[in-house]
Write a protein that binds this ligand. Structure first.
Ligand code: ZN
Ligand code: ZN
Length: 276
């Protein structure tokens, strides 16, 4: 079994509408590509901040600008007009756990991906106005905060999967980066991860980003496996052509760490399927 749970039908640009992307034809492109690439479990997980309802969690200006779609319409479309599993990529916003739980509980998602794209009001992986690196940020402080927040996200119990777990590395050499053994940062997340029941996403999206690495780094993956956490394999595709992108590299990584099974989800209950 190969999976792709972290998939967006909707691109990140704001000049296109939900109606452009949430069509049976577009969904069918993804389903066909998945079949061609041997992906047996395929789900879609749009960003919570693309939905007007997401503003009930946080009204950051970036969210306000992005909140164009209707969450009920998205859920109904995926359930009624596609063969895709229904997921969502929800940000972990510290202090907004109850609001997040309320929104998630009102829908019958197959799974919820938990992401950290923001630290305070600064963005980890978005250039421009909100870029955390646009000022004179101290890389050690940013990385520390990122991994502390990741541990909190795991501990919150809100999420089935921790997405792109070391996203803070996304810019590679294009942003300041701490030196030395990075395990001192990963460690900050490990208590929360070890005490949770969350799956760890192995995401090939990083291969398409400036860092050119899979998320998470091998040393971080090893720590999560040591803590008994299962793996969820995804590409974070925003176009059908990126489905299962770089899975040969991911398979190598997983095999080298002795991972034999990967997670699938049905109405938020997890199963483990043989990887292959
Ligand atoms: Zn993300
Ligand atoms: Zn995503």
């Amino acid at each position: 079994m190969l999976t792709d749970l972290h998939v967006h039908l909707r691109r990140d640009d704001l000049d296109r509408t939900a109606a452009d992307h949430f069509t049976a034809e577009n969904a069918e492109r993804y389903v066909t590509t998945a079949r061609e690439r041997g992906v047996g479990y395929l789900g879609v997980s749009e960003h919570v901040y693309r939905f007007r309802q997401g503003l009930s969690i946080w009204d950051h200006p970036f969210w306000r600008e992005n909140a164009q779609d209707d969450l009920e319409a998205y859920c109904a479309f995926v359930r009624d007009e596609t063969e895709l599993r229904l997921g969502i990529e929800a940000d972990f916003v510290p202090g907004r756990e109850d609001r997040t739980a309320n929104l998630l509980d009102e829908h019958d998602f197959d799974y919820v991906l938990g992401s950290i794209h923001f630290l305070g009001d600064r963005a980890v992986d978005i250039r421009g106005e909100w870029d955390i690196w646009s000022g004179r940020a101290d890389p050690d402080a940013v990385w520390r905060r990122y991994f502390e927040t990741l541990g909190e996200a795991a501990r919150s119990g809100l999420f089935d999967v921790l997405s792109h777990p070391d996203l803070v590395k996304v810019w590679g050499g294009g942003a300041p980066r701490p030196g030395g053994d990075l395990r001192r940062f990963y460690d900050l997340a490990m208590d929360g991860i070890a005490e949770s029941d969350v799956a760890i996403e192995v995401s090939t999206a990083g291969l398409r980003k400036p860092v050119r690495e899979i998320y998470p780094a091998p040393a971080f993956l090893a720590m999560c496996l040591e803590a008994g956490r299962p793996v969820a394999l995804s590409s974070d595709a925003h176009v059908a052509g990126d489905l299962a992108y770089g899975y040969d590299r991911a398979a190598e990584l997983l095999q080298s760490h002795g991972v034999e099974r990967i997670a699938t989800f049905d109405r938020r209950s997890r199963a483990l399927e043989p990887l292959g």
